[in-house]
Structures are given as structure tokens and as C-alpha cells.
Design a protein around this ligand. Structure first.
Ligand code: PGA
Length: 249
């Protein structure tokens, strides 16, 4: 399919992808219960999270020893705000798999000082022993976390200004009102992401076909932050047929 370093698996549809990845993660946890998971928000991982909830309800997935770190959070937004990424994760994953608050690490969008909050987060990741498995989505513009296309990218967790396209695609969290989507966010940096021992990127739907094609076959460029994944030794990409349209042979 391609001569990329990346390991790519294509599933018939989103449902099959989510089930397969949920089974795989549950098996990983059965083998090694204490794992540090890097987690992502967005529409893409929702099915996966619900599948994990189903496995947990059947007693087939145990999250009691897991530690989590989410990639990003809106700046100026409290974790109790229904539009926050923390609220999203509570709804779609944490309450379903019964992850206790003390297992969860999250950037605080309402911290008094953004720089200190970002430094605190990088230190917390390091003191947890680093991330074992980092789950990623990809923006249609090639962003990962909130590392947006730019002339330069940041290695560490940092404060970012969001692109208009990114704000539009997050409007659903704010009752469809783009003007209410914060203009800034805190995000793990490229280095914080690439330090994870293993990375799993999921992309579904035809709107992702172009950035997936560039990620897999294009050059490494700050114009497509996800392209830096080509430098990592252990990356798996899970696609549905629509997102794989640009790389299918
Ligand atoms: P999406 O977002 O899952 O809502 O498409 C992905 C991302 O922006 O990383």
C-alpha cells in the first residue's frame, strides 16, 4: 500500500475499527494493568470510548490501574464547563470505564498562569514514567493535539491560538456557536507527543483522506504537524476505507 515506516490498518467502517481497537487495548491492559494512556478528544475516538465502556460493563476491560493524560484543553474554560474537553471525556469515557478522578490528569483551562500550568503538566507526565500508549486523532489541516500547521512547532506543552477551521469543528461543544469556542487552548507539544512509547492515530471519513495521504506519503513539514509521526519508531494508523482513499493502491 505504501513504503511508509508507519504501520497502517484499514477497516471496513468506523464500527469495525472501534471494536478492534477496543479489544486490542483491553488485551494490552489485561497483560499490563498499569499503563499510562495519552487520550484524545474529538468525534473520532467517541465510538472507541463507548466500545471500551461496553467491554468494561461486561468485565472484559479493567481500567483500575490506568493513569491518563489528555492532549489538550481550551484556555479560559473550567473543567466543570459543559464545553470543556474534561466534560467531554467524563461523558464519553471516564464514567463509562470507572476511572477515578485521582487517575486522571488534565490541563486546567482555568489555571492562574498558562506557562506554569504547561510546565506542571510536562513534569506530571515525566513523573508518571512517560506515556505508554498515545491515542491521536488528526485535524483536516493535519494538526495533532492543538499543534496547528505553522512555520514553527513547539516541543513542550504550550498555549496556542486556534485556527478558525479548528474553532468551527469544535462548535458542537458550544451549542453550535463558533463565537463561543475559545480562541486559545493549552496543548501537549510535538515533543510531549513523540516521547510516547507507542502511538495510535485514528482517522475516519472522507474529510480525512487528504491529510492522511500527506501524513503517510508526504514530506515531514511543520505545515502538517502529523507528518512528524514518520520519525517515530512505533506508530500504528487505524483508518476506515473512506479515510484511506488517498493511499489505497
Ligand atoms: P475530530 O477531530 O475527531 O473531531 O475529527 C480530530 C482532531 O482535530 O484531532
Amino acid at each position: 500500500m505504501s513504503d511508509s515506516y508507519l504501520t497502517i490498518t484499514v477497516f471496513r467502517d468506523e464500527r469495525e475499527l472501534a471494536k478492534s481497537l477496543a479489544d486490542r487495548l483491553a488485551a494490552d491492559l489485561a497483560r499490563q494493568p498499569r499503563q499510562v494512556l495519552g487520550l484524545a478528544t474529538g468525534r473520532t475516538p467517541v465510538r472507541l470510548y463507548h466500545e471500551l465502556g461496553t467491554l468494561r460493563a461486561k468485565g472484559r476491560a479493567d481500567f483500575s490501574h490506568v493513569v491518563t493524560f489528555n492532549l489538550d484543553e481550551f484556555w479560559g474554560v473550567s473543567p466543570r464547563d459543559p464545553g470543556s474537553y474534561r466534560a467531554f471525556m467524563d461523558e464519553h469515557l471516564f464514567r463509562r470505564v470507572e476511572i477515578r478522578p485521582e487517575q486522571i490528569n488534565f490541563l486546567r483551562g482555568d489555571a492562574p498562569d498558562a506557562d506554569q500550568e504547561c510546565a506542571r503538566y510536562d513534569a506530571a507526565i515525566a513523573s508518571a514514567g512517560g506515556i505508554d500508549i498515545q491515542l491521536l486523532g488528526i485535524g483536516t489541516n493535519g494538526h495533532i493535539g492543538f499543534n496547528e500547521p505553522a512555520r514553527e512547532l513547539a516541543a513542550r506543552t504550550h498555549r496556542v491560538r486556534l485556527k478558525e477551521s479548528t474553532r468551527r469543528s469544535n462548535a458542537a461543544l458550544f451549542d453550535g456557536d463558533v463565537s463561543r469556542v475559545p480562541a486559545e487552548a493549552l496543548s501537549m507539544g510535538m515533543g510531549s507527543i513523540l516521547r510516547a512509547r507507542h502511538i495510535v492515530l485514528i482517522a475516519t471519513g472522507k474529510s480525512k483522506a487528504r491529510c492522511v495521504q500527506q501524513l503517510v506519503n508526504g514530506p515531514i513539514t511543520t505545515k502538517l504537524p502529523a507528518s512528524f509521526l514518520q520519525l517515530h519508531a512505533s506508530v500504528e494508523i487505524f483508518l476506515d476505507t473512506a479515510a484511506a482513499a488517498g493511499i489505497a493502491s
